[in-house]
Design a protein around this ligand. Structure first.
Ligand code: HEM
Length: 216
């Protein structure tokens, strides 16, 4: 019996996690345009820790047959987050701070995967970047609405992928790459489990951001 393609396994296998992520209070507040600028800047700083780690591990393991197949620097967000932080946190205070506990756990898990099972990094790659190219795109408009200083494009680099002109075609090609990976049943199952873990780690970051929002 042939296995379903990995892209389908990942999508189907993370459906419940995706639904949970979509309905998490912080993401709801974001979509409702109810973030404050300090909390948004703080969120960007947390994401910066995560992407810097993910992208450094990808760079280091790019010769790995599975990691290397998804090495796509046009997706990388660290430089974009630096640019956005320069706009929303001009003093550099947030960027200099240690990650929040949930962010630190996320970064730790990325290091653990990179050290023990670099192939699992692909699940983290999928969870963040396909999300950024999908629902994440709607957030650009919301950020402009919340913070008019971004209306001219300043502080919006995170949502812009200048090297990707057609997101939907890029996502199709990305799924083709996933489906061509040399992945057997146990590796496929481990990738789906790790993608669910990545969603959980994201949810924990969102929960801390929501606390920051409600405490403010
Ligand atoms: C309210 C918030 C969200 C909305 C409205 C949303 C919306 C969407 C939509 C419409 C798609 C399908 C795009 C397509 O098939 O081309 C999608 C895909 C995806 N989203 Fe979200 N999303 C949200 C939050 C998130 C979050 C927080 C994450 C992860 C941290 C995430 C990760 C993903 C991933 C990995 C995919 C790709 C699924 C696949 O085709 O395999 N999303 N999202």
């Amino acid at each position: 019996m042939s296995l379903p393609p990995l892209s389908l396994r990942l999508r189907e296998g993370t459906k419940d996690s995706h639904r949970l992520a979509e309905t998490t209070p912080f993401i709801r507040a974001f979509f409702a345009g109810r973030l404050t600028q300090p909390v948004y800047a703080n969120f960007l700083a947390q994401l910066r820790h995560v992407y810097a780690a993910l992208e450094a591990h990808f760079e280091r393991h790019r010769a790995h047959p599975i990691v290397g197949a998804l090495y796509l620097p046009e997706l990388h967000r660290t430089a974009a987050l630096d640019a956005d932080l320069a706009h929303f946190d001009p003093s550099g205070e947030l960027a200099a701070q240690a990650p929040h506990p949930a962010t630190a756990r996320y970064v730790e898990r990325l290091a653990e995967a990179a050290g023990q099972r670099p192939d699992l990094l692909v699940a983290h790659h999928y969870t963040r970047y396909l999300g950024d190219l999908s629902g994440g795109q709607a957030l650009r408009r919301i950020v402009i609405k919340m913070f008019p200083s971004a209306a001219g494009g300043a502080g919006l680099a995170f949502y812009d992928f200048p090297a990707i002109s057609n997101h939907s075609a890029f996502k199709d090609a990305y799924r083709d790459r996933l489906d061509a990976l040399p992945v057997d049943e146990p590796i496929g199952a481990a990738l789906v489990a790790e993608a669910n873990r990545a969603f959980d780690l994201n949810r924990a970051v969102f929960a801390e951001m929501h606390t920051a929002l409600t405490d403010a």
